[in-house]
Design a protein around this ligand. Structure first.
Ligand SMILES: [Zn+2]
Ligand SMILES: [Zn+2]
Length: 514
């Protein structure tokens, strides 16, 4: 206590305030997310920030960095071991099991948003409390769910004005992965490679060797450079599944890279894993950069947590990372709840009347600003300026007597005297005219940060061109010719599209009956 008493209390290390001037980014992200996720048929779910520690030790995995090093856990006052959520997935799966959602029509699609906590090293610029958007599709192993989730993540980030590329891989199922892992171990034992790995990776060798593949240490990356690749070990079922996911991404023209070293950090992943990167990062050997979104399939998790075997897939998007990319790239976001009109007053009677006018404007859904605690007109007009309003209404003693009000156009500086009884209608009319002429600017501006001089139509066309671009790269970085050839064969060997399997035939019969 004595240490605090002389000094003001400060933020905990790794925690951050989100100040009002940054809220416009958060507001934009949240409103875009809700719009897009709801459109794709997802339903919102909120799970608690605090859960039993066991949930994450079991669910996230006790060999993961998240649980071993970063879990925020402590004993509560009853001596129960609890943890702040480091991710959403285990909590949502717990809720799925606990509320018997298995009995609903499957699959279920959830989205969540909120803070997550990791007791990470804040020196690395990481926060200990940060925010994630999280989406989960529970109750299907269909590749359609994988493809659709990737598309949703892509569409959401794209709607924020970011240029993106998807990295995708399949890490197989428990049966085909076992063979791969033993081959990987053999490879690492050869030529004394294991000795060259970092301390973490030497530990991973026995507990979770797949993780060695995405170690960020340069020496480890060199060591695993020509390691066997999991795509070559996929069983027929896993291969078919993966092909179907890629085909669907092709159909929707989502650009992706087949990234054979993408395994993700968590124990529970099976089959599809993916990450989405901001595009420019690729130019600078992206492995040291952080993905904006990442996720994958986790067909074993619900059973692991005590539910019935249930396939599922999900992903998370780091909100702080996304916002920092947007700001680095000068992407403008709409100002939210910015007033269009300001009410200024001079004199006691005028203040009383303008106070009422302010309420009437709000009741009409007009965004209105004020500074009633200021007496001087100059101070009030400065405030109106700083709010960047389009119009200021000025009410003085004389206007009260004349039953009029001054309407000042803040752009042109032109002032008009308006009949006081007419003012609400007049303001509504003017705001409507203004808004209809700037709508198309905003669309273009969000996407590309274009300048305003160009004609609206040209801007919108340009934006459409930029979004519609198709590009598919195959394992573009750290690759030798041999790998590329292998991958091209892999891609080239795909099954013909929409081949009927027995299920589909069954479905067709049902459809034909109607
Ligand atoms: Zn398999
Ligand atoms: Zn390593």
């Amino acid at each position: 206590m004595s240490r605090i008493s002389g000094k003001s209390i400060q933020l905990l290390k790794g925690f951050k305030d989100i100040l009002p001037e940054h809220q416009k980014y958060w507001n934009f992200l949240i409103s875009q997310a809700e719009k897009i996720f709801l459109n794709y048929g997802f339903e919102k779910i909120d799970v608690p920030v605090l859960e039993e520690s066991r949930l994450y030790i079991k669910g996230t995995g006790k060999h993961t960095d998240i649980v071993q090093k970063e879990l925020y856990e402590f004993d509560d006052k009853n001596g129960e071991r609890v943890a702040l959520r480091p991710e959403f997935t285990p909590g949502i799966c717990r809720a799925y099991i606990e509320h018997g959602m298995l009995n609903k029509q499957q699959p279920l699609k959830f989205y969540a948003f909120g803070p997550v906590f990791r007791h990470d090293n804040p020196q690395a610029g990481r926060l200990r409390q940060f925010h994630q958007f999280d989406l989960e599709v529970i109750g299907t192993d269909s590749p359609v769910a994988d493809a659709q989730l990737i598309i949703i993540a892509y569409r959401f980030l794209e709607s924020l004005g970011l240029t993106l590329v998807v990295h995708i891989n399949s890490i197989g199922c428990s049966s085909c992965r076992a063979e791969y892992i033993s081959c990987l171990r053999q490879y690492l034992m050869g030529a004394q490679r294991k000795k060259r790995l970092c301390e973490n990776c030497r530990e991973r060798y026995s507990k979770n060797p797949l993780r060695i593949l995405d170690c960020k240490e340069e020496e480890c990356q060199k060591t695993i450079y020509s390691a066997p690749q999991i795509v070559d070990f996929l069983c027929d079922e896993c291969k078919k599944h993966f092909m179907a996911v890629l085909e669907q991404l092709d159909d929707i023209e989502i650009p992706y890279i087949l990234d054979v070293r993408l395994v993700r950090g968590l124990d529970y992943y099976t089959r599809t894993t993916f990450e989405i990167y901001f595009k420019d990062q690729l130019a600078e050997e992206n492995r040291t950069q952080s993905a904006l979104a990442g996720g994958g399939r986790y067909d074993g998790l619900i059973e692991l947590l005590g539910g019935r075997p249930t396939s599922a897939i999900g992903f998370a998007i780091g909100a702080e990372r996304v916002i920092s990319r947007m700001r680095d790239n000068n992407i403008n976001v709409p100002e939210y709840n910015k007033p269009d009109v300001f009410v200024a007053q001079l004199g006691l009677e005028a203040r009383k009347e303008s106070f009422k006018l302010y309420e009437r404007l709000l009741a009409e859904n007009i965004k209105v600003g004020e500074s009633f605690s200021q007496d001087g007109l100059k101070k009030q007009l400065e405030k109106a300026d700083s709010l960047n309003v389009k119009f200021t209404l000025i009410l003085g003693q004389r206007e009260i007597i004349d039953k009029t009000i001054i309407l000042r156009d803040m752009n042109s500086g032109i002032q008009e005297i308006i009949n006081y009884d007419n003012i609400i209608n007049e303001i509504k009319k003017r705001i409507k005219t203004l808004n209809s002429s700037i709508k198309s600017y905003m669309l273009a501006d969000i996407k590309r940060d274009e300048k305003f001089e160009e004609k609206d139509v040209d801007l919108v066309k340009k934006v459409e061109k930029n979004i519609g671009r198709k590009e598919v790269l195959i394992n573009g970085n750290r690759d030798n010719g041999e790998d590329t050839k292998k991958k091209e064969q892999f891609i080239g060997n795909r099954q013909p599209k929409y081949k009927l399997n027995s299920d589909d035939e069954e479905n067709e019969k049902i459809i034909n009956k109607f």
